[in-house]
Structure formats: structure tokens, C-alpha cells
Design a protein around this ligand. Structure first.
Ligand code: DQA
Length: 145
């Protein structure tokens, strides 16, 4: 079974119009529907929130029955002990995704509070990073079944 939770943090509801030179011009809903077409055998669940606690709750809720979590904590990447602790508290593997490459940007973006607790990080490849992460979990699921 391929059931994946995709979680986007603050300001990612503005994808498409937010700094398109950095984040591109496609909105996430359109991208997600392409992703669902590409992975018809995967259940792709999705939550975006601008609130830290919602992200913590979504991570906790994906502890049961999910093959993986694809997480872009956005600005909370660089500040959130609570999100790092939520990842540590669950069994479901997490892949951290960033659309841009935070390590090539301002120094405050160079620190990730979550990177030590995820199985891997994909950065700087645009929205394609989400597809690569979903593809990884889909492939792992096939191996496991
Ligand atoms: C981001 C990078 C973060 O530094 C930033 O705060 C974001 C988006 C990315 O996907 O490139 O909101 O996570």
C-alpha cells in the first residue's frame, strides 16, 4: 500500500505568486493533481498550514498507516523544536523537501532543526523535489510488499 502525507508549512499556500523567481510560478494544487495522475496507486494526502501546531498535529496523525511523510516545514525549518520533536516521536519515515536551496541563501536559512531526524533531504530542485520524495516512498512500498 502506498499512502503518503505531504505537509507544507507557512506561506506555501502562496506558491505560484510568492517570489516566483525563487519558488516558480505553479500553484501547489495544480502540481498535486499532476502528482496524483503520475502515482495513481498512491494515496496522496495533503495539508498546508501557516500554524506550527497544525503541522505538529499532522505529523503525529501520520504515525499510523502511512508509508511516509514528505515535509516542507518552510520557515519553521529554521526555528521549530516542536516539529523536530514530532518527527522524533513517530515511526513513519520523513523526507524533508525544500523548493529552493536554503544553504545557498541567507545564513539564517542554513540551519535546519529537522535535518538530523529525517531519512533524507531534497533541496533546490523546485517542485520536482516532492515527486522525487513520493517516488522514493512508492518504490520502498513496492519492495516491502
Ligand atoms: C523553503 C525554504 C525556507 O527557507 C523558506 O522559509 C520557505 C520555503 C523552500 O521550500 O525552499 O518558506 O522551505
Amino acid at each position: 500500500m502506498c499512502k503518503i502525507m505531504i505537509i507544507n508549512g507557512p506561506n506555501l499556500n502562496l506558491l505560484g505568486s510568492r517570489q516566483p523567481e525563487i519558488y516558480g510560478s505553479q500553484g501547489f494544487d495544480a502540481y498535486l493533481s499532476e502528482l496524483r495522475d503520475k502515482y495513481p496507486n498512491c494515496e496522496l494526502h495533503y495539508l498546508q498550514s501557516n500554524h506550527e501546531g497544525d503541522l505538529v498535529e499532522a505529523i503525529q496523525a501520520a504515525n499510523e498507516g502511512f508509508s511516509g511523510i514528505v515535509l516542507n516545514p518552510a520557515a519553521y525549518t529554521h526555528t521549530s523544536v516542536a516539529i523536530a520533536d514530532a518527527i522524533l516521536a513517530i515511526q513513519t519515515p520523513v523526507i524533508e523537501v525544500h523548493i529552493s536551496n536554503p544553504k545557498a541563501r541567507e545564513p539564517f536559512r542554513h540551519v535546519s532543526y529537522v535535518e538530523a531526524y529525517v531519512i533524507g533531504t531534497i533541496s533546490g530542485l523546485g517542485l520536482k523535489g516532492y515527486e522525487l520524495a513520493v517516488g522514493f516512498f512508492a518504490e520502498e512500498g513496492r519492495k516491502g510488499s
